[in-house]
Write a protein that binds this ligand. Structure first.
Ligand code: ZN
Length: 452
């Protein structure tokens, strides 16, 4: 066993114990970690020091729930605008080297967060915990239709750099699940296929490979399930489907049970913060990963929501000492769950509300994903926020909040994005506005439809 495998195993076994702690025990442990994080932020990040001081924190003291609740929420704008200022002037060398995580998130404009090697280890350990919760048999095959960027192309072009990789059924097959699973288990193979492939190819890949597990985004899963149903195809090898990045509703879970005969396990993550919550092994609640992040849900006045209430999700990663994020607003809304019937003390979220799939409706009745090239738009630094609004069955408006007028080149980029996203079926216009409306919980929706 390598050094890292031993660390991961020991974290997993700690999670086995801590998940059964009471909510009070977990909270106490979190406030011990928060005290250390706050002390570190106080000493190394003047931006935080000022906020902490205003909230009543003094160096050397224990963080209390009262002081914590007075600490202002850290918005995406704060992080984007003050990026450099949020970096710690120093952090423990044992946390390892740094790298940058970038996220477009639901507001479309990316924020960049500095992390250390320790954050990566925590991410890996929670990923393994997720697999254990999903009850996996590591010896079986996974089909990965999530999309792995140009990784697939690299494997095709330089197979010599990927020992044991081969092509089959239109995809690329890796001999194991890769890191971190392959560090601690003897795993089966993992087949990759790009989600941009036609549904026919995706279905053929699954039917031929007969994987036990499928990794896919919820919207892609829905299309695939509908295809299997319409074509009368049968898929009976799957034990579970693992989703992420978008919301999963009950209708999708039902469709998956009906067509694939298996459950969905969904996880809730953000690039800036790492894992936020995992689906309970015994139901469809989500459990916050309380050992590595403080997850709060607050109403528009900043007060903690009670079970059944919907509010903004704030996440404080407990191990990021390179760029501490204290009460970071990730841009989603969630409904707080009651204590989970499974008995775990980890706080629970009933559902993540703010990641609803956004569609435009055509006159024919057809619905298409309102899929705009977020990163292209957000490359234009003058654009602070944007929102797409379908105003009629033929028209869509791109509403922009900008820090200055856009130049000719930037307008050209916008034109390209809109043409690529909606060309051929919707007329578009661009409207500059002072501000964009927020939902009750203060969230910006990327897409709105004014069609009834
Ligand atoms: Zn549970």
């Amino acid at each position: 066993m390598t050094g890292q495998a031993a660390i991961l195993q020991s974290l997993l076994r700690q999670y086995d114990v801590s998940q059964w702690w009471t909510a009070e025990q977990l909270r106490e442990a979190q406030f011990l970690q928060l005290s250390q994080l706050a002390e570190h932020a106080f000493r190394t990040v003047p931006f935080h020091a000022e906020r902490l001081r205003d909230a009543g924190f003094v160096s050397g003291m224990q963080m209390t729930p009262q002081i914590w609740s007075r600490l202002p929420i850290l918005t995406r704008d704060d992080v984007r605008d003050a990026e450099e200022k949020l970096r710690a002037s120093s952090y423990p060398a044992s946390f390892g080297g740094t790298n940058t995580a970038s996220s477009g998130g639901s507001t479309g404009i990316p924020v960049r967060v500095l992390k250390t090697a320790l954050d990566e280890i925590i991410w890996r350990s929670v990923h393994l915990r997720e697999l254990e919760w999903n009850g996996v048999d590591p010896s079986l095959e996974i089909a990965n239709l999530r999309g792995v960027g140009n990784h697939l192309e690299k494997m095709r072009k330089t197979p010599e750099s990927f020992p044991g990789v081969f092509e089959d059924a239109g995809g690329v097959i890796m001999p194991d699940w890769g890191v971190p699973a392959s560090l601690i288990w003897n795993t089966g193979s993992m087949g990759f296929l790009q989600p941009s492939e036609p549904l026919q190819t995706q279905a053929g890949f699954l039917i031929q490979r007969r994987p036990a597990y499928l990794i896919i985004r919820p919207s892609g899963l829905r299309l695939l399930l509908c295809y299997f149903r319409e074509q009368g195809l049968i898929m009976d090898s799957l034990k579970s489907v693992w989703t992420m990045s978008e919301s999963v509703d009950e209708s999708l879970r039902e469709l998956c049970r009906e067509i694939f005969g298996c459950p969905i396990f969904n996880s809730y993550t953000a690039n800036e913060t790492g894992y936020i919550a995992l689906q309970c092994p015994q139901g469809t609640n989500y459990h916050a990963v309380s050992e590595s992040a403080l997850v709060e849900v607050v109403d528009e006045r900043g007060n903690a929501c009670k079970p059944g209430e919907i509010g903004r999700v704030l996440v404080t990663p407990l191990h990021n000492y390179a760029m501490p994020l204290l009460r970071y607003q990730v841009g989603d809304e969630a409904e707080v769950g009651p204590p989970c019937s499974c008995g775990r003390g980890l706080s629970s979220l009933r559902r993540i509300v703010g990641r609803l799939d956004d569609y435009v409706t055509l006159r024919s009745g057809e619905r298409r994903k309102a899929d705009v090239l977020h990163y292209k738009i957000s490359e234009i630094r003058a654009i602070r926020e944007f929102q797409l609004v379908q105003t009629t069955l033929e028209t869509i408006e791109l509403r922009l909040v900008t820090s200055r007028a856009l130049n000719e080149e930037e307008n050209k980029v916008l034109e390209e994005v809109m043409k690529k996203s909606f060309g051929g079926y919707l007329k578009w216009s661009v409207l500059l506005v002072e501000s964009l409306p927020r939902t009750q919980a203060g969230k910006l929706r990327q897409f709105l439809s004014e069609i009834g």
